[in-house]
Design a protein around this ligand. Structure first.
Ligand SMILES: *Cc1c(COP(=O)(O)O)cnc(C)c1O
Length: 360
C-alpha cells in the first residue's frame, strides 16, 4: 500500500515522558504518549492539522458537546511489524465508520486522506511509544467533539478532532461471564447504536454495573423491542460456533460494525468454516446449549481481538462453554490476524498501512 508523506507541523515536547512508562506493566489506557494531533473544523472547513505536546485544552463550560453529546470516537491499533516498520491496521475501514458516526450525529465528516495522514503523522512522531513485546501495540484514539460554546440546543459549527495514542500490552482476556439482558436497552433500531458516539457508553454503564453486582462481567444486549434477538456484548461484537458454523448477528442500526468482526468474517473461509450473518435468537442459543451443538462463543474487538466467553446466563440459568483449545476457531483466527498484522503471513486483503521506519 502506498503511504502518504506526513507534512504536518510538529511542536515537540521539551522533555519526553517515556521514561515514566513501565513497559512491562502496561495497564490499558494508563499512559498517553508525548504528543497529540489536533485539527479544528471552523468556518465551514477542516483547518490545517498540527501535532503538539499532549496536555489540557481550554474549554468553555458552555461547550456544546458537554450539554448535548455531540462526541464520537474510534479505537484502533498500530504495531511494529517483524521488519521493524510501523503498521496501522485498516485505517480506511475506521475512517468509513468514523464518518458514519459523524454523519449520524450531524458532525462534520473527515476526509479519508486527512484522517489517514493524521494517523500517519502522530504514530510516526511517537513511534518510540509503540511497544514491541509480543501481543503489544500502540492504541490509537481519534475523537471528535463539538467545541462551540452556546447554551441553546443546536448543531455545533466548531468541532475539534484529536488523536491520542497509548501503549498497550498484550491483552489476555480471561473467559467472561455474560448475562442476556432482558430489562435494559443499549440501542434501538433507528437509534445511534451503530455509531461510536459517547452517549452509548454512558448509557450502558448502569446496566453493566447491575450485571457486575450479580456476578457477571458484561451484558449480552438483545433487541430493544422484544429482547428476543442478540445484538452484541458490552463493547464487543459476539460470535458463536454452532454445528461447526460461525454464526453472528447481522448488522443493524442497533449494533456496532466492528472492524475486528469484519476481519474475522473475511478470514473465516480461509480457516475452513462457513459463516452465517443473520438474526440470532436467544432461544436458538439456549437450544444449542441444551443439544450440545454450541462449541464456542466469543467477543470480538480491537482491544483483545478475541475474548472467550465462558458462561452465558439465559433467563437466570448459567450455560457453560469449555475453555477454547489450540484447535478452536477463535484461537486460530486470532493467531492468523496477528500474523497478518506483523507480516508473518501475507496481507491478502491489503489491511496494513505500512510506514517504513528510517534505516529499514
Ligand atoms: C468499538 C466497539 C466494538 C468493536 O469494534 P472494533 O472495531 O472491532 O474494535 C463493538 N461494539 C461496540 C459497542 C464498540 O464500541
Amino acid at each position: 500500500m502506498t503511504t502518504l508523506t506526513a507534512s504536518i507541523p510538529v511542536e515537540r515536547i521539551a522533555k519526553s515522558r517515556i521514561s515514566e512508562v513501565d513497559f512491562n506493566n502496561l495497564e490499558f489506557g494508563k499512559y498517553i504518549s508525548d504528543h497529540m494531533l489536533v485539527v479544528d473544523f471552523l468556518n465551514g472547513k477542516w483547518q490545517e492539522p498540527k501535532i503538539v505536546p499532549f496536555g489540557d485544552i481550554p474549554m468553555s463550560p458552555a461547550m456544546l458537546s458537554l450539554h448535548y453529546g455531540q462526541s464520537v470516537f474510534e479505537g484502533m491499533k498500530a504495531f511494529k511489524n517483524k521488519d521493524g516498520n510501523i503498521c496501522i491496521f485498516r485505517p480506511q475501514k475506521h475512517s468509513e465508520r468514523l464518518n458514519k458516526s459523524l454523519a449520524r450525529m450531524c458532525m462534520s465528516e473527515i476526509p479519508e486522506e486527512l484522517f489517514i495522514q493524521s494517523l500517519h503523522a502522530i504514530v510516526e512522531t511517537d513511534q518510540n511509544w509503540i511497544p514491541t513485546s509480543e501481543g503489544s501495540s500502540l492504541y490509537l484514539r481519534p475523537v471528535v467533539f463539538a467545541y462551540e460554546p452556546r447554551l441553546g440546543v443546536k448543531i455545533a459549527d466548531h468541532f475539534k478532532f484529536f488523536i491520542l495514542t497509548s501503549p498497550a500490552g498484550a491483552y489476555f482476556s480471561k473467559p467472561t461471564r455474560l448475562k442476556v439482558e432482558e430489562t435494559f436497552v443499549r440501542a434501538a433500531e433507528g437509534g445511534t447504536g451503530f455509531a461510536k458516539c459517547a452517549g452509548n457508553y454512558g448509557g450502558a454503564f448502569y446496566p453493566t454495573q447491575v450485571a457486575r453486582q450479580e456476578g457477571f462481567d458484561q451484558v449480552l444486549w438483545t433487541d430493544a423491542k422484544e429482547h428476543k434477538y442478540i445484538d452484541e456484548a458490552g463493547v464487543m461484537n459476539v460470535m458463536f460456533v454452532i454445528d461447526g458454523k460461525l454464526i453472528t448477528p447481522r448488522l443493524t442500526t442497533a449494533l456496532l460494525d466492528g472492524v475486528t468482526r469484519d476481519s474475522i468474517l473475511k478470514l473465516a473461509p480461509q480457516l475452513g468454516i462457513t459463516v452465517e450473518e443473520r438474526k440470532v435468537s436467544v432461544e436458538e442459543i439456549e437450544n444449542a446449549f441444551k443439544k450440545g451443538t454450541i462449541t464456542e462463543a466469543f467477543g470480538s474487538g480491537t482491544a483483545a481481538v478475541v475474548s472467550p466467553i465462558a458462561t452465558i446466563n439465559i433467563h437466570g440459568i448459567d450455560y457453560n462453554l469449555p475453555a477454547a483449545g489450540p484447535d478452536s476457531f477463535q484461537v486460530r483466527v486470532k493467531e492468523k490476524l496477528n500474523n497478518m498484522r506483523l507480516g508473518f503471513e501475507a496481507d491478502t486483503f491489503g489491511w496494513n498501512y505500512v510506514i517504513p521506519v528510517n534505516g529499514q
